[in-house]
Design a protein around this ligand. Structure first.
Ligand code: FAD
Length: 523
């Protein structure tokens, strides 16, 4: 049996990116994945009707397309089939106005965005333009900081350069942004509910309700990056990144085994030496074992008694609220009541108001099924028709936010029960909401697949409690606190054992940063 330089546990895109970088530098690399297919939260499959390809979890690949990993390995991946489909109209929101639906969208065309905002508030159009100019100055420094190991000289340099470029007042502005809640930041810049509803849902994507401190960063980044770059979708499905990563890994001499779960990491003499698989193999690694798993598993069953005594904090990483995915095969795109133009946006958020978003979040955190959850409605076939038969469409519906364990229903209609028993009933509520905003939708449904929070975790143990982030991004679990203080540089306290993935800095999303940064660190 050959001894590998590195064994990577889990073929999430972080594990694969890490493996590719190491293999490209001559490391003999093996990736072990418990599921039948690689990709973790980036997978595409025909789960409704044959011929309709659904992104089971992530659909928006902008983070991957803009990542440092892609900048270095993009050409290699392109040779292995990586291709993006650009969406120049990345997102829009439908909100309540005068008893009906109104909408506002963000377009890569700045003049079009400004015209849209100007319909609601000339002041906000000006504020948007000012923020856009501010982003121009801040972006290189913010992205340098978000893409640096923490703590590190690289991060310190990024901060120093930010200070020199922006001045003390500019630096204070950035710091205030990092600490602000979405509501405080949004209402501090914009007066119209329309802009608040357009941007606040991006806080919810990362587990920030309108009033959670630290959440302003995400609406700001999504707004300004969306304005500049639009959204990147995967050609044929988000799994195009996984297919090209695995092909490039093979070309570089690395190996991937699927259907092979790891049950234990063998530590001896203070060093991680080998892994034991569920089917009883013992595989040794000469230089590194790299875990692309949740800390609850790493510092729990995988290490067992070998877990360092100070790993309890990381093991306790708090999940964010749960999510649910509803995949629809459709005869036609939704006939949006707010305006037919909405069919030309990649994401449509159904987000009636800031107050509504705050209420939904509180309901979910109290263990209640929200009366009317916030919906993220993805329309990938509006840009990439290859994902469905000619003239047909798919809809990617993410339900944000939900309790991991339902203890009741805020609407008083569904009895508290495990998700397996109530997911169909809750999906009906979601479809009713969609039908209200897009009359006739139900008639166009050709097939559906509902993935409850429990289904998501069953499929990928990293999604603890159906949490799409593998750990809340609240300030006490972000930056140097992810997954715990002292562990943010992917070290575990055990020689030769490293930890990457969404639970580690810089967190969830498809940016491949933790896998790539660790691999760079090791080579
Ligand atoms: C519903 C949903 C929608 C999302 N939408 C977006 C989006 O549109 N855009 C975006 O940027 N991000 C999105 N995200 C977040 C993003 O997809 C994830 O943060 C990211 O894919 C996580 O990647 P990862 O490499 O850390 O690990 P994961 O993708 O979680 O993969 C980890 C892998 O490790 C395997 N594994 C775990 N334990 C073991 C073991 N013991 N042995 C062997 N294998 C093991 C798992 O099976 C899994 O394949 C979404 C997430 C979800 C759940």
């Amino acid at each position: 049996m050959p001894i590998h330089d590195a064994i990577i546990i889990g073929a999430g895109h972080n594990g694969l990116a890490c493996a590719l970088h190491l293999a490209a530098r001559g490391w003999r690399t093996l990736v072990l994945e418990q599921a039948a297919t690689p990709g973790g939260a980036v997978r595409t499959a025909e789960v409704t009707v044959p011929g309709f390809r659904h992104d089971l979890c992530a659909m928006n690949l902008s983070m991957f397309a803009g990542s440092a990993f892609h900048a270095e390995h993009g050409q290699r991946l392109a040779r292995c089939g990586l291709a993006f489909v650009p969406a120049a109209r990345p997102f829009a929101s439908v909100f309540a106005a005068d008893g009906g639906d109104a909408w506002l969208g963000l377009e890569q065309d700045l003049a079009a965005t400004l015209a849209g905002i100007g319909r609601f508030s000339p002041h906000d159009a000006e504020a948007w333009q000012a923020l856009n100019a501010r982003f121009e100055r801040e972006a290189p420094h913010l992205f340098a900081l978000m893409g640096a190991p923490l703590p590190s000289w690289q991060a310190a340099r990024a901060l120093w350069r930010m200070g020199r470029a922006l001045g003390l007042a500019g630096l204070a502005d950035v710091l205030r942004l990092l600490l602000s809640s979405p509501r405080d930041w949004l209402t501090g810049h914009f007066e119209s509910d329309a802009v608040h509803c357009l941007l606040a849902p991006w806080g919810l994507h990362l587990d920030f309700a309108p009033d959670t401190a630290g959440g302003a960063l995400f609406p700001y980044l999504e707004a300004m990056a969306g304005q500049r770059f639009g959204m990147a979708l995967g050609q044929g499905g988000a799994d195009v990144i996984v297919r090209s990563l695995t092909a490039a890994l093979g070309e570089a001499g690395g190996e991937l085994q699927t259907g092979v779960g790891v049950r234990r990491i063998v530590v001896s003499g203070g060093r991680a030496q080998a892994v034991e698989t569920v089917d009883g193999q013992r595989l040794e690694a000469r230089r590194a074992i790299i875990a692309n798993v949740h800390p609850r598993a790493l510092y729990g069953p995988l290490l067992g008694a070998a877990a360092p005594p100070d790993s309890a904090r990381a093991r306790m990483l708090r999940p964010g609220p749960a999510t649910m995915m509803i995949h629809l095969a459709l005869a036609a795109l939704p006939n949006w009541r707010a305006g037919a133009e909405l069919q030309t946006f990649a994401y449509v958020h159904l987000a009636p108001s800031l107050e509504h978003m705050a209420q939904v979040y509180n309901q979910a955190l109290s263990g209640l099924l929200p009366t009317e959850p916030i919906l993220v409605v993805g329309q990938p076939t509006a840009f990439d028709p290859t994902r469905a038969p000619v003239g047909k469409h798919i809809l990617w519906v993410q339900v944000r936010v939900l309790p991991a364990i339902p203890r009741g229903d805020a609407a008083g209609q569904i009895a508290a029960a495990p998700w397996d028993e109530i997911k169909a009933a809750y999906a009906e509520r979601v479809l009713d909401i969609l039908e209200r905003h897009a009359p006739g939708l139900r008639q166009n449904i050709l097939g559906r697949c509902v993935l409850s929070p429990v289904d998501l975790e069953r499929d990928n143990p990293n999604l603890v409690g159906g949490d799409s982030l593998s750990g809340s991004h609240h300030l006490d679990q972000f930056f140097i606190f992810r997954p715990a203080f002292g562990r943010s540089r992917w070290r575990t306290g055990i020689d030769g054992l490293f930890h990457i993935g969404a639970s580690t800095w810089p967190g969830a999303g498809t940016g491949a940063a933790s896998g790539y940064l660790l691999a760079r660190d090791l080579t």
